[in-house]
Design a protein around this ligand. Structure first.
Ligand code: ADP
Ligand code: MG
Length: 153
């Protein structure tokens, strides 16, 4: 599996990267967002939502686990599993019902929900890099990697 790595020198570039990514995302799709606290996962997701035309505020669903965005023709579900004590809790919020043909699942802290969340079509990792960040994209699906290569250069 090959990777794409892109440097993001400031918050603006993280948001813009998210907007570019949106062009490569099509329902149904599940994306994992990995990286330490403050690495920029929620910021990148804000950019993706902008790319889908959502201009409002992006709440971090740290306590609610999921924030839904019902947009035209697509439902985007932003999960933040940081505070999840047990993956079984996802059963109670009805995680399976979120997986529909028109759903995009954006999952922060997927490692906390393993076994209960759908497999990732795309994995995104954010790391600290001097004062900025670096993002690494990887997917086992070659058609996704090809799209990403085109839109990320
Ligand atoms: P996470 O969801 O990973 O915990 P957030 O997106 O909530 O992280 O917060 C990331 C913080 O880092 C925010 O204060 C944001 O302004 C900042 N940030 C985002 N991208 C960059 C970047 N490329 N360079 C420097 N700071 C960034
Ligand atoms: Mg976050």
């Amino acid at each position: 599996m090959q990777n794409i790595t892109v440097e993001l020198v400031d918050e603006f570039q993280t948001v813009r990267m998210g907007q570019k990514l949106a062009a490569c995302i099509k329902a149904p799709m599940t994306i994992y967002f990995k990286g330490d606290l403050g690495a920029g996962k929620t910021t990148l997701i804000r950019g993706i939502l902008r790319g889908f035309g959502y201009q409002g505020a992006t709440k971090s669903p740290t306590y609610t686990l999921v924030e839904p965005y019902e947009l035209v023709g697509v439902s985007i579900y932003h999960f933040d599993l940081y505070r999840l004590a047990d993956p079984e809790e996802l059963e109670f919020i009805g995680i399976r019902e979120y997986q529909q043909p028109d759903s995009i699942m954006l999952i922060e802290w997927p490692e906390k929900g393993l076994g209960m969340i759908p497999q990732a079509d795309l994995m995104i990792e954010l790391d600290y890099n001097n004062d900025g960040r670096v993002v690494t994209l990887s997917s086992a699906k070659s058609e996704i990697m090809q799209k990403l290569e085109k839109s990320c250069d």
